[in-house]
Design a protein. Structure first.
Length: 254
């Protein structure tokens, strides 16, 4: 969507506050021995307290309120009572919701407890790359140039990017134009970021894979060459200068 009134900006801020706070609290609540369903239920209660509704459920009838992916699962993991979190797990939580007709999206990967499996370097790279990408976005910048920046930074850190997972426009629905904000230089995409538009910018930084593929459950995605992936995501408003990071309260850069 494009922000045209103060009321629209206020609506996006409220929806973004709900998802950002929920993500932060879920990260703080997660602990070894907990099931991903328990963590999802905790997040669902927080969103409900805001009056917000799960975006993946509303849009796709996803079997959960949030997406929780663990270790070799890259994204869209289904919360389960049988999936028990362990010390050192690489956990990804993606929280998106609708509130008052406005939609917002954010996500993060984090290491649970001690970094016994050595995932923190990957997580830190993803955070840093998202920060650099977002702060290079303004009206008129080519979307493909931001993709090129993300992939270049990933290579500098010794990582790859997932080419079939992308950021997207958002606002009046979960996915809007521009439909794909890729993590690589898509030479066929000549679209530019537009001032006042709302977009969800995501990093998909991988150790060994370059594509994600769906498992038999119809949702969970893993890498075509295995390995691990870290994702971080903010919803922003594009301006002529520095973007407004609507979901900054999630604290992923703290």
């Amino acid at each position: 969507m494009s922000i045209t009134t103060e009321a629209e900006l206020a609506g996006m801020k409220r929806a973004s506050e709900a998802v950002a706070y929920t993500l932060k609290e879920m990260r703080n609540y997660a602990q070894p021995g907990m099931s991903t369903k328990e963590l999802d239920d905790y997040g669902a209660n927080i969103l409900s307290g805001f009056g917000a509704k799960s975006a993946p459920y509303l849009t796709y009838r996803f079997p959960g309120c949030t997406c929780i992916s663990v270790n070799n699962e890259f994204c869209h993991g289904i919360p389960s009572r049988n999936r028990i979190l362990q010390e050192g797990d690489l956990v990804n939580v993606d929280v998106s919701a609708e509130l008052g007709g406005f939609w917002s999206d954010n996500g993060e990967s984090f290491v649970l407890g001690q970094d016994i499996n050595h995932h923190q370097q990957l997580v830190d790279a993803s955070k840093q790359i998202l920060h650099k990408a977002i702060h290079n976005i303004k009206g008129g910048v080519r979307i493909s140039d931001i993709g090129h920046l993300i992939e270049t930074e990933a290579r500098k850190h010794g990582y790859k990017v997932i080419k079939n997972l992308t950021g997207h426009g958002i606002g009046k629905s979960l996915h809007e134009a521009p439909g794909e904000i890729a993590n690589y230089k898509d030479k066929f995409n000549r679209t530019r970021f537009k001032k006042n538009s709302v977009v969800a910018i995501e990093t998909f930084i991988s150790t060994t894979s370059t594509y994600a593929q769906t498992l038999n459950d119809g949702w969970t995605m893993v890498g075509n060459n295995g390995g691990f992936m870290a994702q971080h995501e903010h919803t922003i408003v594009v301006t002529d200068g520095q973007p407004i990071v609507l979901t900054e309260a999630n604290g992923i850069w703290n």
